[in-house]
Design a protein around this ligand. Structure first.
Ligand code: ANZ
Ligand code: ZN
Length: 819
């Protein structure tokens, strides 16, 4: 090996093996001295080898784990696989390979790439969610939810893909079409399993407060919007013809006197009852069918025309006894609020458009203060919130904001309404008509009904021998007779297993608890969990901003309520990486722009792959791989290699060089700070500057041998979390026998990093007006800004404008005014 050149292909495998042999990255369960740090990365789905998004996420996550280890923490940095899911079944269908074989092969491939990348995982506690030892406990948690009524089955309209023959989650429906095959999605009334996440809606909102500043605002906002809390009132109207009470939800009870019609969701059971046997029945039926083909997004869209039909009945307004016509319209959804609304076209835009289209009356009840009285005929859109009440009987003249509470209280006193809170969040539909998932541990018995599988019979195994994986409208498991037909655990009679499997998001809602130790008897050991959790730093993609994070938070709250964990939020801090694209577009095989980490490692080594990714820009921004230069990074690594090795053997002491020493200490401070805040790119830039300075010092004989060597050591230590292989080799070249990854993170001398302050004279047109403190290395721009912010200078300038700034850093700045 040419000692002048760093050869990653020789060095990297050597250290991978050595680290593994020494179990260097194992979390220490018995250490009671060091503080613990749980650095968690979102675990991958094994759809093939690792892709560039993985390279980015895990490079960042690994820097955090390595930094914390060097800072003296006892670090838990685990990995596993989110291994159930539909792509495995699709591979089975298209290539005739068993989903299990396909999945485990991909896991092996990804594991090998992780090892080549040198990610510092504790491999002793890895698992896959499709392992029976894991999904046994997913089933166990399902049963705990079931016992408490938080897992239940109900019939409801769900998204159905007629081509794939399966239900789809809302987020798998894109503009009304199936995300996978493009078929038009239908709504079907199906009986499905749900988790009652809505029970935790308020807790999910409230417990976000401590996450403020530690999760991004973007994710917190997305979670809040998804939960969608609204305050308002329930108000009871009475159907004039039948006397039935029908309840509405409104956020604007102050506008009750402005209700000019009433709208039911087409699926509302009252709509069907009102038209039954009337002349309106046929039109209503046709309308409801048409609406059934629209997606929720389309129904709520403000761009689209709203449609509806009159139902031939009237509702009586409880505040004034007025009879208003009852309609069914697409923009009212069954699942939100009560599925019925009072329409106030003067103040609600959707109602306004609907009223204009169908010629329904508009009545203003909130008048903006100080403005001309609104004329409904002239209005082009609904009026906003602010104003005083008009046309509202006893409430006229009071501010609308106050009327909300008063009207609600008055209705409540009469038993016709109440204060109400509504959430947009729905219960989580968890059943899938799919094979490659965790079986739902329920047996259906003709005499006992739904019977939970007893804990000691878990896991309900997923059978291997399934003849046909093609979707047929029910899970392929239904065809596995030996498996489906069981004796009822309660009465012993002939019964059938539930054949649906769980959404894979269930598997990933608790995996982070199991990493604390692969407990054979329980999902996790509560004491170990208490020692390691909540997770100190979670790293992963923004695409999980809502679902995975919301579901995990829900699971932890539930586990907290049943006494298994002592905290109610799983992740104290969250870091989201951006996406990796190529020339602005997603990378894909079909576009022919696919780059994979394995190739870069083959060509330039793992360190270069990691550094290139982290240097590409702020971690949270997207990376365009077309803009980066792995070759440039490889050249830098060669320069670091030469400089450090030369410094390691320096013995002819030159004169001491305070600039070199200062730079080494300042870089130590700045890089520590950058890495702590995940500014990997700027940290690398500073290390480049330091390595240049070291090379220059060596070339020009600046600094003593000890100073050059200390600079080299700092460079290696600071670079170690970012480029673990070359730094390990260099650390040994510097004469150390221990691993650099077990070395202590370097400190710095506060005296050396302190920036000297000097007095700078500020003049206006040559006259001294002020003296200000500046850093010794202040720039012209700094001086200019300081001068302009001085009150004395401002006073001296008066109205005059500045023509020129003459700055002589750090001593003098002169503002020359225009004459
Ligand atoms: C009368 C009214 C007057 C309304 C007004 C708004 C403005 P958020 O804020 O999203 O909770 N609404 C209630 N249930 C609905 C359903 N199932 N489908 C469609 N729309 C529904 O929205 C609450 C408002 O949305 C409610 O307040 C109701 O219209 C409508 F000037 O009632 B409002
Ligand atoms: Zn039974």
């Amino acid at each position: 090996m040419d000692p002048e050149r760093y050869d990653p292909q020789q060095v990297e495998p050597k250290w991978t093996a050595a680290w593994e042999e020494r179990a260097l990255y194992r979390a220490d369960e018995n250490d009671t001295e060091r503080a613990r740090f749980y650095a968690l990365d979102m675990f991958p789905y094994p759809s093939g080898d690792l892709h560039m998004g993985h390279l980015e996420a895990f490079s960042g996550g690994d820097v955090i784990a390595r930094l914390k280890r060097m800072q003296g923490y006892n670090v838990l940095h685990p990995i596993g696989w989110d291994a159930f899911g539909l792509p495995a079944e699709n591979a089975a269908i298209s290539r005739g390979i068993h989903p299990k074989t396909w999945t485990y092969q991909n896991i092996d491939t990804q594991r090998a790439t992780f090892q080549r990348l040198g990610v510092s995982f504790d491999w002793s506690r890895t698992f896959n969610t499709c392992d029976p030892d894991y999904y046994r406990w997913t089933q166990w948690i399902f049963l705990r939810l079931y016992e408490r009524g938080l897992a239940y089955r109900k019939a409801s309209p769900v998204n159905w893909c007629p081509n794939d023959q399966t239900v789809l989650a809302n987020e798998q429906v894109i503009n009304g079409h199936c995300e996978r095959c493009g078929a038009l999605v239908e709504k079907r009334e199906l009986t499905q399993w749900f988790f009652r996440i809505t029970e935790y809606a308020q807790a999910l909102l409230d417990d976000m407060a401590p996450l403020e500043g530690r999760w991004s605002d973007k994710v917190l906002t997305m979670q809040r919007n998804w939960i969608g809390r609204s305050e308002g009132a329930y108000v009871d109207f009475i159907i004039s013809e039948t006397g039935q009470t029908v309840r509405i939800f409104t956020t604007r009870p102050d506008t009750l006197y402005g209700a000019t019609f009433f709208v039911l969701a087409p699926e509302h059971e009252l709509a069907e009852q009102l038209v039954a046997g009337t002349e309106h029945e046929a039109a209503f039926r046709a309308f409801r069918e048409a609406v059934g083909r629209e997606t929720e997004v389309e129904r709520l869209s403000t761009e689209r025309d709203k449609t509806g039909v009159f139902l031939g009945a009237y509702a009586v307004n409880p505040v004034n006894g007025e009879r208003i016509p009852v309609w069914a319209a697409d923009y009212v959804l069954l699942e939100y609020g009560t599925g019925a609304i009072m329409a106030v076209p003067a103040h609600d835009q959707r109602d306004f458009e609907f009223a204009r289209k169908y010629g329904l009356p508009i009545r203003v009840v909130v008048q903006p203060e100080g403005a001309e009285p609104l004329d409904p005929d002239q209005m082009t859109e609904a009026m906003g919130h602010e104003g005083v009440m008009v046309n509202s009987g006893p409430y006229d003249g009071i501010p609308a904001a106050d009327a909300i509470g008063r009207i609600t209280a008055d209705l409540a006193a009469q038993g016709r309404g109440s204060f109400a809170i509504n959430y947009r969040l729905r219960d989580w539909l968890v059943s899938r008509q799919r094979y490659w998932g965790c079986p739902i541990p329920i047996v259906h018995c003709p005499s006992c009904g739904e019977v939970p599988v007893p804990d000691e019979q878990l896991p309900v195994p997923l059978p291997d021998d399934v003849a046909d994986f093609r979707p047929k409208g029910e899970s392929p498991l239904a065809t596995v007779r030996d498996w489906v037909n069981v004796n009822c655990p309660r009465c012993g009679g002939a019964a059938r297993r539930e054949t649906d499997t769980m959404d894979t998001f269930v598997d990933s809602s608790w995996y982070f608890l199991r990493y604390t130790g692969l407990d054979p008897e329980r999902p996790f050991d509560p004491e170990r969990v208490a020692r390691w959790m909540p997770v100190h730093q979670y790293t992963g993609g923004i695409e999980h901003a809502i679902l995975h994070l919301l579901y995990s938070r829900f699971f932890v709250k539930f586990l907290h309520d049943i006494g298994l964990v002592g905290f109610n939020e799983p992740f104290q801090a969250l870091l989201n990486q951006g996406m990796v694209v190529m020339h602005g577009a997603a990378m894909s095989k079909s576009r022919g722009n696919l780059v994979v980490p394995a190739t870069i490692i083959d060509e330039l080594g793992a360190d270069v792959a990691r550094l290139t990714m982290l240097f590409a820009g702020p971690f949270e921004d997207d990376v365009d791989w077309a803009d980066v230069s792995p070759e440039g990074m490889a050249r830098w690594i060669q320069r670091v290699w030469r400089a450090v090795r030369t410094a390691a053997h320096a013995n002819d002491s030159g004169p001491t060089d305070v600039d070199l020493v200062r730079n080494a200490h300042r870089t130590t401070q700045a890089v520590s700070d950058d890495l702590e805040r995940f500014r990997f790119n700027t940290a690398i830039a500073k290390l480049m500057t330091l390595s240049n300075d070291l090379a220059d010092a060596i070339r020009s004989g600046r600094g003593s041998a000890a100073e050059q060597r200390d600079t080299a050591e700092r460079l290696v230590l600071l670079l170690a979390p970012l480029a673990p292989f070359v730094t390990e080799e260099l650390w040994h070249a510097l004469g150390h026998t221990e691993s650099v990854h077990q070395a202590a993170w370097p400190g710095y001398d506060p005296e050396l990093v302190r920036v000297e302050r000097l007095t700078c004279i500020v003049q206006v047109d040559g006259k001294v007006r002020d003296r200000v403190e500046v850093a010794a290395d202040a720039t012209e721009d700094d001086l200019r800004a300081l001068a302009l912010s001085s009150p004395k200078v401002k006073a001296a300038l008066g109205e005059r404008t500045i023509a020129r700034v003459i700055a002589v850093p750090p001593k003098l700045v002169n503002l020359v005014t225009a004459r």
